[in-house]
Write a protein that binds this ligand. Sequence first.
Ligand code: F6R
Length: 611
Amino acid sequence: MCGIVGYNGSKKAVDILLDGLSRLEYRGYDSAGVAVRDKDKEIQIFKAKGKLENLREKLEGEKLKGTCGIGHTRWATHGEPSETNAHPHVSNDGNVTLVHNGIIENYQELTAKLGRHDYTLYSETDTEVLTNIIDYYYKKYKMGPIDAINRTMVRVRGSYAIAVMFRDYPDEIWVARKDSPMIIGENEDGYYVASDVPAILKYTNKVYYIDNLEAACLKKDKVIFYDLNGDEIKKELKEIKWDVSAAEKEGYEHFMIKEINEQPDVIKKTINSFVREDYIDLSNTGLSDEEIKNFKQIYIVACGSAYHVGVCAQYVLEDLTRIPVRVEIASEFRYRKPILDKDGLVIVISQSGETADSLAALREAKNQGVKTLGIINVVGSSIAREADHVLYTLAGPEIAVATTKAFSTQLIAAYVLAIQMGYVKGKINETVYQELIEEIKTLPEKVQYELDHLTNKIQKLSSKFSHIKDAFYIGRGLDYAISLEGSLKLKEVSYIHSEAYAAGELKHGTISLIEDGTLVIGIATQEEIFEKTISNLVEVKSRGAYVVTVTSEDMDVSKVSNFTLNVPKTLKYFYPSLTVVPLQLIGYYITVSRGLDVDKPRNLAKSVTVE
Ligand code: F6R
């Protein structure tokens, strides 16, 4: 999705803008631009289609000395990727310059309004409409930037984070937001604005969060916040605990492999944030034992990989708490008019905390008066702020578009929640509780063992299968849940078609696709259904499939497996944490063998803030 960076201070703005935009590249974009101004001079705008490199080339030789500016990477929604449609956009007479993330839903109606007032448009974007609407209110009421911005916020529908420069206010950047992320950073050199933390983390970890329908004015030496009435409001400066190095490649070829290798560390940090010596402490989340005892139904809602965590969590939560659990894709949940149990709990899982459909699902639950809990990575994100309770995952910044380390920490959060709920509800006794706590603590070193012992093997396997057209991932129970994630990891980065199937379901149609040499990855760790999964693998092997089996080190798959990847032994609930690692590595290495850009797969964006 689009990215915003802005700076107003004592340093050269263009360098900070380009550096910040390069750190947002991972979000996906197809054009970029900057607007910089020197005190009392006109705003200078440069834009380019395609990679940021194209913009850099255009800027070569330009002496942009200004210390105030805004920049943008655009992921096309309204209008094709082109230099004309790229941001910043400028109002008809150059009075307002603006960058925007999000979508203006009533842009057609607003375009007609502008037409009636003799405005003309040069691009196909909803952003240019927004720019001119601000200009229109600015000139009509003549009450300055905050009045024009607030009138615009009342008039437009949709989601937006905007950074605006007014010709009459040379030393100011104005920002506002609704349902699209934005933070303001501060250090001794000045003020920063960004749509995403990694853009400015190198410069500061001190940030302000602005809420929906609030605005701010960034001057060189202070920032002033406003509510929708135009009244000044106070905000607390918060510290982001993320490590700057976590947003750098640090010698790795790609962020994806770096993040896969960070898993032992981030899993450990996440476990340590909840697990004490011999008990689980959820007090930080504000979830009381009383509340836990009252829940009669759990709904888990999420998108993509986070939904796959939900599928794993469904098995574990139901088994340990004996509360019925329903897991749903957020974009389906929000529009199916769900009938929610008032004594239920809606769990929303999201790395970014900004996914539009997940946020809408959370709001639907809140509208119905049902308690909500977020499993979230980004502190201060919309879902984190709106959920009644939050379990934070400590994955740190995740840059690769394909999630790996955030997924693994979400699993941990789901496990600790399930264990604690099961214990508080009296569904597991002290012995089982202790056994689960002891075992969860061993996961970081088991994941490290896998990285040390499976990487080379998977690299070889992957070069052999880099040319394939299809792959199938099959398993039962929790092994099926992780098949969903394995399959997505392969297809989203390698562009190889792949499907995940509940192993027992294959022969109801899909098995007809199996032919000589088809790659079938079978996950078989669950003892109670092990023999059944093996039978399904035998069925595909006898039809010519090449069977790769991911299984526990104490299980024998020799009669069916062409290639075996053993993971360390653990308790049945925790196998997804171990089986996902080889599946991530398969996705990564097959993609590398195909020579593709693994960190930035085509058409994808890191956080999906539009429906
Ligand atoms: C796939 C992937 C996506 C996200 C999904 C939800 O590798 O990363 O499927 O899991 O877009 O994003 P969040 O967790 O930010 O809500």
